[in-house]
Design a protein around this ligand. Structure first.
Ligand code: IPD
Ligand code: CA
Length: 271
């Protein structure tokens, strides 16, 4: 996998360069006023679809903007790609947006690369081979729950779930150190992987938001689950992640209790 990881890193870095250099960006919204799509998202996704499917002939491709192709055979590995995670940041000139590329097989990511072009940071991992930031190994923190920094968000594209998210935030804020909302789920999960942050909760994420980061986080020693209680990178889900299994159990308890107070969120869990 190392050869493939290096090739995907080169492709992610080229995609990040498009994000940095694109001029005359056209901005639109999709679905809700908060949910942006730009001409750069579309340009990067087209570039990635071409490069990644020719790198692995026969692979399927799922992108945030242009949908899925080649998924008629469930045994095929699938590229799961977000051309820009943190599009609202990109539109506003907040320098926190990444390119996210995962290769998913049997519902789990076997390779993940995340490129933050403004910080010149490339996170990468392949199943069983460890996680890296710019080629150096990374690892999750050993913080106990009282010292956790939490990354989260409040369901900005579907605000009917915001009360649930605020409930989870209120409990965690009382117990842990503090909360960050950076605006790119993929990068926030990388912050867990490198030990800067320690807990993560969001309702809902799409597979392109979390698949690459899930590979990186697991290879860095962290834990991540979707609503099934396992990790399923083929469907949108709530996502819980932690630096270790003890803190994940704690987070599962907080989310279970919040869900019991918020049936209107309409989320089924199996944990
Ligand atoms: C969003 C970002 C954001 C998260 C949303 C995602 P996008 O992705 O990751 O941090 O809170 O749930 O949808 O729309 O910028 O690709
Ligand atoms: Ca996106």
């Amino acid at each position: 996998m190392d050869g493939l990881r290096q090739k995907v890193i080169a492709i992610a870095e080229a995609a990040g360069d498009i994000m940095l250099t694109e001029q005359d960006v056209h901005v639109d919204t999709k679905g809700t006023k908060e949910n942006y799509v730009t001409s750069t998202d579309l340009k990067i996704e087209r570039f990635l679809r071409k490069e990644l499917t020719s790198l692995l002939p026969g692979s399927a491709f799922m992108g945030e903007e242009d949908g899925t192709s080649g998924d008629d055979d469930p045994d095929r590995p699938m590229w799961v790609v977000d051309p820009i995670d943190g599009t609202a940041n990109y539109v506003r000139g907040i320098p926190m947006s990444v390119v996210s590329i995962a290769l998913v097989k049997d519902r789990v990511p076997i390779l993940g690369v995340i490129r933050h072009p403004r910080l010149d940071e490339t996170f990468s991992a392949a199943e069983g081979e460890g996680a890296f930031l710019n080629g150096k190994p990374i690892h999750v923190s050993e913080r106990t729950r009282e010292h956790c920094m939490v990354c989260t968000a409040w369901s900005c594209y579907n605000k009917s779930r915001a009360p649930l998210c605020f409930d989870v935030s209120q409990t965690l804020y009382g117990i842990c150190e503090d909360i960050r909302r950076i605006g790119t789920a993929a990068y926030e999960l990388c912050l867990l992987a490198k030990g800067s942050c320690d807990l993560y909760f969001e309702a809902f994420l799409a597979p392109w938001d979390f698949s690459a980061a899930a590979c990186i986080l697991r290879e860095a020693g962290g834990c991540i689950i979707t609503s099934s209680g396992e990790l399923d990178c083929t469907r949108p889900s709530i996502v819980l992640a932690a630096n270790d299994s003890g803190n994940l159990e704690f987070l599962k308890g907080v989310v279970r209790e919040a869900l019991s107070r918020h049936p209107e969120a309409n989320i089924d869990i199996a944990f």
